[in-house]
Design a protein around this ligand. Structure first.
Ligand SMILES: CC(C)(COP(=O)(O)OP(=O)(O)OC[C@H]1O[C@@H](n2cnc3c(N)ncnc32)[C@H](O)[C@@H]1OP(=O)(O)O)[C@@H](O)C(=O)NCCC(=O)NCCS
Length: 158
């Protein structure tokens, strides 16, 4: 299992994951936009084949997990959890106080993963996601991060 930074070479595989995950999938333009903006974006590969990706906007006050996906055939094997743990560590190391995210209320698998890794409900965004026949609410979830990881490196007297 290898991690690398997401780049344009991963685009076709990411779009496939996205299309098999969402009724209104992100487009190529959405992903290119994230890469151009320099969001923290990881690819998870097994034997050079992309099996997952995650994208997060990192900032010190509050990082925002924008997307995460695992190929259909590799779900339920622990990859999503491993990838999300990497994103959490990255936000911690960068000095973020917390990570927030939105998840469809019907997405029990992702919701379970987020709960398992310590994300808590902080609200509901009404009609946040599009559906073929209407709109769906989103849970807003947040995880507080360990304080001081950054200061340990930058402000230590040693
Ligand atoms: C959500 C997703 C990233 C999870 O990744 P995954 O590799 O399938 O999940 P993992 O195998 O790492 O499982 C981690 C936890 O997720 C939850 N989970 C995973 N599969 C589940 C299932 N079929 N039913 C219920 N919970 C499940 C459990 O809490 C699990 O922990 P456990 O194994 O101790 O029970 C993946 O299923 C996916 O890509 N889904 C489509 C895209 C998506 O919904 N992205 C999130 C948008 S907000």
């Amino acid at each position: 299992m290898d991690y690398s930074y997401l780049d344009l070479n991963h685009l076709d595989s990411i779009l496939k994951i996205e299309q098999e995950s969402n009724p209104y999938p992100w487009t190529e333009v959405n992903f290119k936009d994230c890469l151009e903006k320099g969001y923290y974006s990881l690819a998870l590969e097994e034997e050079k084949k992309l099996i997952g990706f995650a994208i997060m906007a990192i900032s010190t006050e509050e990082s925002h997990l924008l997307n995460i996906g695992i190929t259909k055939e590799s779900r339920g094997l622990g990859y999503g959890e491993k990838l999300l743990k990497k994103m959490i560590i990255a936000a911690e190391v960068m000095g973020s106080k917390k990570i927030i995210l939105e998840v469809r209320v019907s997405n029990k698998v992702a919701y379970g993963l987020y709960q398992k890794l310590g994300f808590e409900d902080i609200g509901l965004r009404k009609r946040y996601y599009r559906l073929p026949d209407g709109r769906e609410d989103a849970h807003v979830m947040s995880k507080s991060l360990k304080k001081g990881i950054l200061s340990k490196y930058f402000f230590s007297k040693n």
